[in-house]
Design a protein around this ligand. Structure first.
Ligand code: G3P
Length: 224
């Protein structure tokens, strides 16, 4: 996959739900093509099918559950996102953490189904615990800075570099991302300078007054 890239986590903001999610997705699809950069969308499950039918860029779920097909209620089955055309999933976001054995189970199920996984982690210890599962992406996000508009790459550059080193030391081709508070061109550029293959972001884009303008601004940070 061409890097640097941007993953947009739609979370459950009203601005990225339903019709608003579709509208945002079309803007991001257009920007991805215009600049020839990879943008991955992670909307809510209920919106995924409509979005997938309208865009060409990859769509991830925000998570899956550690289950096999069968008698489970209110869970997300890997097969269900695969069947509607998803390319992968986030896993273990700090707003929905899961135990290590469940993460391993989900990563293995996704590999069988050819779905890419982005494991989110909140510190270096967690990277060391989980890197052996060999996900496609690992994203370091400082929970304290999520949703604050204060960028992890600007305020905690040493931890971002350390997280990249911890990932790449294990395997160079696992893509290393950072997230939390990434809000403008400089925040993205700094993340890439620190060695990240991309960024994972949400509020600055989703809540922007002009989302088209904001994604153009963020993309400038990954262009050479
Ligand atoms: O997964 C993205 C994330 O948690 C960062 O959120 O709003 O700080 O960009 P935000």
């Amino acid at each position: 996959m061409k890097t640097p890239l941007i993953i947009v986590n739609y979370k459950t903001y009203i601005e990225s739900t339903g019709k608003n999610a579709l509208e945002l997705s079309k803007i991001l699809d257009k920007a991805s093509k215009e600049y020839d950069v990879n943008i991955i969308l992670a909307p809510q499950c209920a919106d995924m099918k409509d979005i997938i039918s309208e865009v060409d860029i990859p769509v991830f779920s925000q998570g899956i559950d550690a289950i096999e097909p069968g008698a489970h209620t209110s869970h997300i089955l890997a097969e269900s996102i695969k069947e509607i055309g998803a390319s992968g999933t986030l896993l273990n976001h700090s707003e929905n953490k899961i135990e290590n054995d469940r993460i391993e189970f989900c990563v293995n199920r996704c590999k069988k189904l050819n779905l890419s996984v982005c494991i989110c982690v909140e510190n270096i210890e967690k990277i060391e615990e989980l890197i052996g599962f060999e996900p496609y992406f690992m994203a370091f996000e400082d929970p304290e800075l999520i949703g604050t508009g204060v960028s992890v790459s600007k305020t905690k550059p040493e931890i971002v570099s350390k997280s990249v080193n911890a990932i790449k030391k294990y395997k160079k081709n696992i893509l290393a991302l950072c997230g939390a508070g990434i809000s403008d061109t400089e925040d993205v550029r700094k993340s890439i300078e620190l060695g990240c293959d991309g960024v994972l972001l949400a509020s600055a884009l989703i809540k922007a007054k002009d989302r088209e303008k904001k994604i153009h601004e963020l993309i400038q940070g990954i262009l050479k």
